[in-house]
Design a protein around this ligand. Structure first.
Ligand code: COA
Ligand code: AMP
Length: 638
């Protein structure tokens, strides 16, 4: 059971959600108030603050810049890969954003139009997001590690008028030219955006196509600043594509009103951060963590946010995170456990931690994948602050379960993501939809309605929204995570119930990878499973059954498919291993037994499925895996 005062706040949030969130909404500046706090009857899902009007950019920037934070840093850009830092005050950031909003508007972008942002971790990415919000346009940020084909799929789904990009990104020491990738994506896509706006970085000058491509600096030099456009609370602020079970990504929609209210609330209540303090999410603006906690959450709250271009290790060493915390006086940080596993591997005794002044640092939050107790314990020991695992998804936009440090810090329970956060009525359901008692593993589901900021539907895919998330357990949102709630109310998230795997905190669809593999002319059948990795948590491994009389040699086919995944999905998939097998184990109905294959690869206990006629098939799988070094003896995560 949850104890007071968290218990009473939690109870109130479920029993009187309208009162609870209307009160939280007072921290947001509204142009006109809502008619209905929560429209429970809206289809396909309930809507928050219906009838209300506001502007998210105004709340994130103008109200601070016009108030007493004009001179306070809003954004610190710290680039470990270029060795530079740049600080933007709230006044400066607002002016840049207003100017870019003017540029976008001159390109024809208006309220409701879509803009795709394909950028590295530079301030211009944040400026572009906020400029869209200022115009009431809908941004869709595509992570830079995705290949042109993935970018093209997103362009064809959301039909942007403009794409904003940069000449290059920097991966440790490797310069990655973005413009050729963007050009290729536009070439593949059926939809052709009217313009690209390209920020030229000094390492690479991209070729611009006259008429279509515009130079960021030139356009900004002649821009007329644009004011904030009032939008409905229920208008979309952004679309963020995330992996589904097929190669077709799902466009998660975030609305303006509920998002602003919930994120502002979380900064104080979950993260225990105060306006004016420095907050850092070491993620990428291409992921939901970047949207919520590099950009919107900290700025809505009047914090200083850090935009870090670099890695936890290698830029230049495993002390990079401690350097950023010390240099900028970070009070709370958010990253994925994989980053800490990488740091620990390079600096197991934490020798580099002691070199930095971390006296202002109060808490570390981890999400994106389960925090293995071993890594969590190591981080706690090194940093001497609470290390909080919390659980959320692109769909929800903020934590479903957390340790709410700003309400009532609870003892950290390693292996658990904390208690359900206020607003989230979490239940563990069995296959027939009955609620399971504490301690029993089942489907983690949220009783409807969901709190503000959770997605109201999928872009252009309402049927898919209902079918994927609402149909299995009527009255509930199905998270597609399995887990249990223990007797003390702690949520333990154990595994996905679909074929999504988690690679370095990134969500990947094995179905999408299989679609690429099967595209090889010599491949008859294939499977991709997630296999444990000591740093990235999981890595995808492919199994290929070849057509009779395959044209190419086995090793050539393996290289081909590895290259195809890199070219078609992108380097972010970290797909480097595949192996040829004679056949794949299946159920009698023909379903490939991916779970059992993964157990064999991980050297975990497994039972021979009753539906398998010839048990020798798993010996064949094990023999094939041994040729590529599985099972690994260093993969275990406790
Ligand atoms: N543009 C182009 N390529 C990119 C890219 C980008 N924005 N981001 C990553 N890539 C590439 C990498 O260079 C790498 O390519 P490679 O196979 O040629 O080496 C590949 O995509 C995989 O990247 P990544 O998963 O980041 O692996 P890594 O080995 O470079 O680094 C970690 C491993 C653990 C250090 C890194 O994943 C990390 O810092 N993760 C934690 C933080 C995080 O981002 N979490 C997200 C959710 S909070
Ligand atoms: P994404 O939508 O990319 O943020 O990925 C969401 C998925 O990551 C969730 O559905 C979980 O499978 C996993 N995840 C995120 N946070 C946690 C956590 N704290 N513990 C376990 N799994 C997590």
């Amino acid at each position: 059971m949850t104890s007071a005062p968290l218990a009473s706040i939690y109870r109130r949030s479920l029993e009187h959600p309208e009162d609870f969130w209307a009160e939280a909404a007072e921290d947001i500046d509204w142009i006109s108030p809502w008619d209905t706090v929560l429209d429970r009857d809206a289809a396909p899902a309930a809507r928050w603050f219906v009838g209300g009007r506001l502007n998210t950019c105004y709340n994130a920037l103008d109200r601070h810049a016009d108030g007493d934070r004009a001179e306070q840093p809003a954004l610190i850009y710290d680039s470990a890969v270029t060795g530079t830092t740049e600080t933007f005050t709230y006044g400066e950031l607002r002016d840049q954003v207003a100017a870019l909003a003017g540029v976008l508007n001159r390109c024809g972008v208006e309220h409701g139009d879509r803009v795709v942002i394909y950028m590295p971790m530079i301030p211009q990415a944040v400026i572009a997001m906020l400029a869209c919000a200022r115009l009431g346009a809908v941004h869709s940020v595509v992570f830079g590690g995705f290949a042109p084909r993935e970018l093209a799929i997103r362009i064809d789904d959301c039909l942007p008028k403009v794409v904003v990009s940069a000449s290059c990104g920097i991966e440790v020491e490797r310069v990655i030219e973005y413009k050729p990738l963007l050009d290729r994506a536009i070439e593949i896509a059926d939809h052709k955006p009217d313009h690209s706006i390209v920020f030229q970085r000094e390492m690479v000058t991209a070729d611009l196509q006259p008429g279509r491509d515009l130079d960021w600096e030139e356009e900004m030099a002649t821009a007329t600043p644009h004011d904030c456009v009032p939008v409905a609370a229920t208008d979309p602020l952004y679309i963020l594509y995330t992996s589904g079970t097929t190669g077709e990504p799902k466009g998660i929609i975030r609305d303006n009103g509920g998002h602003a209210v919930a994120l502002k609330w979380t900064m104080q209540n979950i993260y225990d951060v105060k306006p004016g303090e420095v907050y850092w999410a070491a993620s990428d603006v291409g992921w939901v963590v970047g949207h919520s906690y590099i950009v919107y959450g900290p700025l809505l709250h009047g914090c200083t946010t850090v935009l870090y271009e670099g890695k936890p290790v290698g830029t230049p060493d495993a002390g990079a995170f401690w350097r950023v915390i010390a240099d900028h006086g970070v009070v709370s940080m958010f990253t994925a456990p994989t980053a800490f596993r990488a740091i620990r591997q390079r600096d197991p005794d934490g020798d580099l931690v002691g070199k930095y002044d971390l006296s202002k640092f109060r808490s570390l939050f981890l999400a994106g994948e389960r925090s293995d107790p071993d890594t969590l314990g190591w981080a706690e020991e090194q940093l001497g602050v609470p290390v909080i695992d919390h659980w959320w998804q692109t769909e929800t936009g903020w934590a479903i379960a957390a340790n709410c440090l700003g309400i009532e810090p609870l003892p950290v329970v390693p292996g658990s993501a904390g208690h359900p956060a206020p607003g989230w009525d979490l239940a563990v359901l069995g296959p027939d939809g009955t609620e399971l008692p504490s301690g029993e593993i089942g489907a983690l589901c949220v009783r409807l309605p969901m709190p503000p900021s959770s997605f109201p539907t999928l872009w252009n895919a309402e049927d898919r929204f209902v079918e994927t998330y609402l149909a299995t357990f009527p009255g509930f949102y199905e998270t597609a995570d399995a887990g249990f709630i223990d007797e003390d109310g702690n949520v333990h998230v154990m595994a996905r119930t679909d074929d999504i795997i988690n690679v370095a905190g990134h969500r990947l669809s094995t179905g999408a990878l299989e679609e690429v593999l099967i595209g090889h002319s010599d491949v008859a059948e294939c499977a991709v499973v997630g296999v444990a990795d000591p740093i990235k948590g999981e890595l995808p491994v492919g199994f290929l059954v070849l057509k009779v009389g395959a044209a190419r040699q086995n090793d050539e086919i393996v290289s081909d498919v590895v290259m195809s995944v890199r070219q078609q999905i992108g380097p972010v998939a970290s797909f480097k291993s595949a192996v040829v097998v004679e056949r794949l184990p299946k159920t009698r109905s023909g379903k490939i037994l991916r779970g059992t294959i993964a157990r064999v690869a991980n050297d975990e206990e497994w039972n021979m499925p009753a539906t398998v006629d010839d048990p020798a098939i798993f010996d064949e799988i094990a023999t094939a895996l041994a040729t590529i070094g599985y099972p690994r003896d260093d993969a275990g995560l406790s």
